[in-house]
Design a protein. Structure first.
Length: 278
């Protein structure tokens, strides 16, 4: 039967079933990726992909000896996958039994968001009370790799203890900025561009000028703790909110960091050119 005849006989119901089938397979793979994301299994999965690609290349280039070796390895691949990914598979089955598999991603994101906010709130509150100067810049859509390279690479989990220790006076990294990238501390002791605007208040020091400077050339959110007064400020989109109490600081941080792009752009309450808190 000609191919075009098969297309004619392909009913809308069959087409819908095939589409649903493909979407379900895609969703299963997506959930598996989210389960192993951030675990050692990611590196192992990359190794498996390398082996599969090498096997394909042996057929293309006629590498008989290497193909023989790959053929001896691949039959045991399925058993190896079960052994290697045993912790991830067990966790997935446990979540499936609890009915949490489909809600896992949103729950994890919410938990991680609260953990990050809590860590930053604790560290900023501690440093503000003791007048420990701090400068923390958070990457959003615009990459900050150019500025990360100027500091000391860390790639560390965000904790309040680590943030506080970085900014303790007379330590090697306390003068620069900490940059947070993909919810991790990417680097410390980084140099940020100073704002050259003539409208900046004379009472603002180098940290505030650096925070405004990075907000003028990127969409980063930057937190400043004043060494002189202990006042807490936030810059975003070329604006600065100064002298925030901890409740205002938390609300502002949540809005500009985790809000939608439109909310972040429109959420500036005080503009540093004309108004300020306090």
């Amino acid at each position: 039967m000609p191919i075009w005849q098969d297309l004619i006989d392909f009913s809308p119901v069959a087409a819908l079933i095939n589409i649903v089938d493909v979407l379900l397979v895609w969703f299963v793979f997506y959930k598996l990726i989210t389960i192993i994301k951030g675990t050692k299994a990611v590196q192992l999965l990359k190794g498996i992909f390398v082996i599969v690609i090498v096997r394909i290349l042996t057929d293309i280039f006629g590498l008989d000896t290497l193909r023989f070796l790959m053929d001896q390895v691949l039959p045991f691949g399925f058993l190896a996958i079960i052994i290697i990914f045993q912790p991830e598979l067990r966790r997935a089955l446990e979540q499936l039994g609890r009915g949490r598999l489909f809600a896992r991603t949103n729950m994890q994101e919410e938990e991680e968001r609260e953990r990050l906010i809590d860590a930053i709130m604790k560290s900023v509150s501690y440093m503000a009370k003791r007048r420990i100067g701090a400068l923390i810049s958070i990457e959003r859509e615009t990459g900050l790799s150019e500025y990360i390279e100027t500091g000391t690479h860390m790639d560390s989990t965000i904790t309040s203890e680590l943030l506080i220790n970085v900014f303790i006076p007379n330590t090697p990294l306390h003068d620069g900025a900490v940059i947070i990238q993909r919810n991790r501390i990417a680097a410390a002791g980084c140099y940020l561009p100073l704002s050259e605007s003539p409208f900046i208040s004379k009472e603002l020091g180098t940290r505030h000028r650096a925070a405004l400077g990075i907000s003028e050339v990127t969409d980063a959110v930057t937190i400043i703790v004043s060494e002189e007064t202990g006042a807490v400020s936030i810059t975003a989109n070329g604006d600065i909110d100064r002298n925030l109490d901890m409740q205002e600081f938390e609300a502002r941080l949540r809005r500009v960091w985790f809000g939608s792009a439109t909310d972040r752009k429109d959420s500036s309450i005080w503009n540093w050119r004309g108004r300020k808190n306090g």
